[in-house]
Design a protein around this ligand. Structure first.
Ligand code: PLP
Length: 455
C-alpha cells in the first residue's frame, strides 16, 4: 500500500533496516571512534548536528579534497553536501590552501587591518551592489549584527521572518507558525527571548499577511532568504519580491536579504540575478573558501547609523558590540580575497550550473519513469528533490510535504554506495571540482534505490 508520496511505508522501513546493517558493516572504525568520543563529547561530536545523519553514528572523516571525501574506514564519497554549503567551492581548493598557508606563516590575527580589506570591499560592492561592508565569523553572527543595526536605525524592536526559515541560531528568529500562531521552534528554549516583543512570523509568498504584519510600523527589518532553502526549496512567486520591497519601504521597515545558501544562483547571488535592492545583506559559509567568515553589507543610509553608533568616544573604552576579536583578521581576509577573486568566478559558476542541470535531469528521469508524485528543483548550482508533485508555496506546505523516514532511507542507501547528500533535506550542491561522472554515479544509485522502493 503506497502513501501520498507514492511509496509503501513498509518498504521504507525494510530498506532503512537493511541499509543500517550495511552501514555498520562498512564503518567499524567510525563506530569505535564514536564510542570513544562519546566519553567526552555529547554523541561523540563537536557540533550536535554532526550526529544527525541517517546512520546510527556519523562517518568520521579522514580527508576531503575537491569533491571527494574519504572516511577513516577507507570508504570514499562523491560529496554533494559540501559541508552544507561551507565548502561550496570545493574541499582543499589548492589556490585557497596556498593563500592560507602563506598568510598563517605571516601572522593570522593582530587587530590591524591588512591591504586585502580594499580588494574584499571592492569585490563585494561590485558583486552585490551595496556600498559598505563589515565582516563576522559566521552567518549567524552577521544576521545578529544586521538585525542590531536595523533596530538602532529604526528605533523598533521586532524582526519579521518567514515560517520554515533558518538564519542561524539567532534566538529571536527561532520561531514557527502553528495553526496560525507564532510558537518557539521545537528544540529552542521557549524562554530565551520574549518573542511577542521581538518577532513576527508569516508565511512566504503571502502578500496580505505581510502587509498586515508590517502595518503597525513596529518591525525593524524583514529577514528573508530570497528563495527559501532550509525547508526544501520554496521559490518566490512572480511579483513577490516587488511586493516585499514596496511594503517594507512604505512602512519604514528595512529589508535584510540573507544569501548564505542562495549564492548558488550565480556570482552575484540571487540579489544581482534578480535585481533585488536590499538595505542589508548577509552572506556566510562559503565566502572564505572554508575559513570561518561572513559579511554583511549596508546602504549609505544604514552605514551612517553604523558609523554614529560605533564612533570613537574620546579615547574611552568602548564595548559597542558588532563583531568579535578574530573577525576580519589577516587570515580571514586573505582567504576571502582569494575566494572572491580566484574561485567564485563566472567560469566556475557556469561549470557548476551545467552539472546541476545534469543532476536535475537524472533525478527527473527516475521520477518520470516511475510516475512518482515527486519533483526536483534547481537554483543555479543547488538541486533539491521533494516528495511532492510541485514546489511548495510556503514553509508550512513544505513541512507538510516532508517524509523524514523515506528521506533517511534514500540518504543512507546513497551514502552506503559512495554518494553524500546534505542530511536535513535532499539537497545536492555542485562545486568547481564536481565532475560528470560524480553526477552520473548519483543518478545511477538514485535510480537503483527508487527501483527497490517501488518494486
Ligand atoms: C540562510 C542561512 N543563513 C544563515 C545560516 C547560519 O550559518 P552559520 O551556521 O554558518 O552561522 C544558515 C545555516 O544553515 C543558513 O542556511
Amino acid at each position: 500500500m503506497t502513501s501520498g508520496h507514492g511509496i509503501d511505508p513498509a518498504r521504507v522501513d525494510a530498506l532503512l533496516e537493511a541499509e543500517t546493517a550495511r552501514f555498520e558493516q562498512c564503518h567499524p572504525l567510525s563506530r569505535q571512534l564514536n564510542e570513544r568520543a562519546r566519553a567526552s563529547m555529547p554523541r561523540g561530536v563537536p557540533l550536535h548536528w554532526m550526529a544527525n545523519w541517517p546512520s546510527p553514528y556519523p562517518v568520521y572523516l579522514a580527508e576531503a579534497t575537491g569533491t571527494t571525501l574519504t572516511d577513516v574506514d577507507g570508504n570514499s564519497y562523491a560529496d554533494f553536501c559540501l559541508g552544507d554549503t561551507g565548502a561550496m567551492f570545493g574541499h582543499a581548493n589548492p589556490v585557497v590552501a596556498e593563500a592560507v598557508r602563506e598568510q598563517v606563516l605571516r601572522g593570522s590575527t593582530t587587530m590591524l587591518p591588512t591591504e586585502d580589506v580594499i580588494a574584499v570591499g571592492e569585490q563585494l560592492t561590485r558583486r552585490f551592489g551595496l556600498p559598505y561592508w563589515q565582516l563576522a565569523t559566521s552567518a549567524t553572527d552577521a544576521n545578529r549584527f544586521a538585525i542590531r543595526i536595523a533596530r538602532i536605525a529604526t528605533g523598533r524592536d521586532k524582526v519579521l521572518v518567514f515560517n520554515g526559515k533558518y538564519h542561524g541560531s539567532v534566538d529571536e528568529t527561532q520561531v514557527a507558525l502553528r495553526d496560525g500562531r507564532m510558537v518557539p521552534q521545537p528544540g529552542v528554549a521557549p524562554n530565551a527571548v520574549d518573542l511577542d516583543h521581538t518577532t513576527k512570523v508569516v508565511e512566504f509568498n503571502d502578500v496580505p499577511a505581510l502587509e498586515q504584519a508590517l502595518a503597525g510600523e513596529d518591525v525593524a527589518c524583514v529577514l528573508a532568504e530570497p528563495v527559501m532553502t532550509n525547508v526544501g526549496v520554496v521559490p518566490a512567486e512572480p511579483g513577490y519580491h516587488d511586493a516585499l520591497r514596496e511594503l517594507t519601504r512604505r512602512t519604514g521597515t528595512l529589508l535584510l536579504i540573507d544569501e548564505t545558501h542562495t549564492i548558488s544562483t550565480g556570482p552575484g547571488g540571487y540579489t544581482r540575478a534578480h535585481g533585488l535592492d536590499p538595505d542589508l545583506f548577509v552572506l556566510g559559509k562559503s565566502i572564505a573558501g572554508g575559513v570561518p567568515a561572513a559579511v554583511y553589507g549596508m546602504t549609505e543610509r544604514v552605514a551612517e547609523v553604523f558609523l554614529r553608533y560605533t564612533a570613537k568616544d574620546d579615547y574611552r573604552i568602548s564595548h559597542a558590540g558588532f563583531g568579535g576579536t578574530l573577525v576580519g583578521n589577516a587570515l580571514t581576509l586573505r582567504a576571502m580575497r582569494t575566494t572572491l577573486e580566484q574561485v567564485m568566478t563566472d567560469d566556475a559558476y557556469r561549470h557548476m550550473a551545467a552539472l546541476a542541470e545534469r543532476f536535475d535531469a537524472g533525478v527527473a528521469e527516475v521520477i518520470d519513469q516511475h510516475r512518482l508524485p515527486w519533483h526536483v528543483t534547481r537554483l543555479g548550482a543547488r538541486v533539491e528533490y521533494l516528495f511532492s508533485p510541485r514546489a511548495p508555496r510556503d514553509g508550512g506546505e513544505a513541512k507538510r510535504f516532508r517524509v523524514p523516514r523515506l528521506e533517511a532511507a534514500i540518504h543512507l542507501y546513497l551514502l552506503n554506495r559512495g554518494v553524500l547528500l546534505t542530511p536535513f533535506h535532499n539537497m545536492a550542491l555542485m562545486c568547481p571540482a564536481t565532475t560528470e561522472p560524480d553526477v552520473d554515479i548519483h543518478s545511477a544509485v538514485f535510480a537503483e534505490c527508487v527501483k527497490e522502493l517501488v518494486s
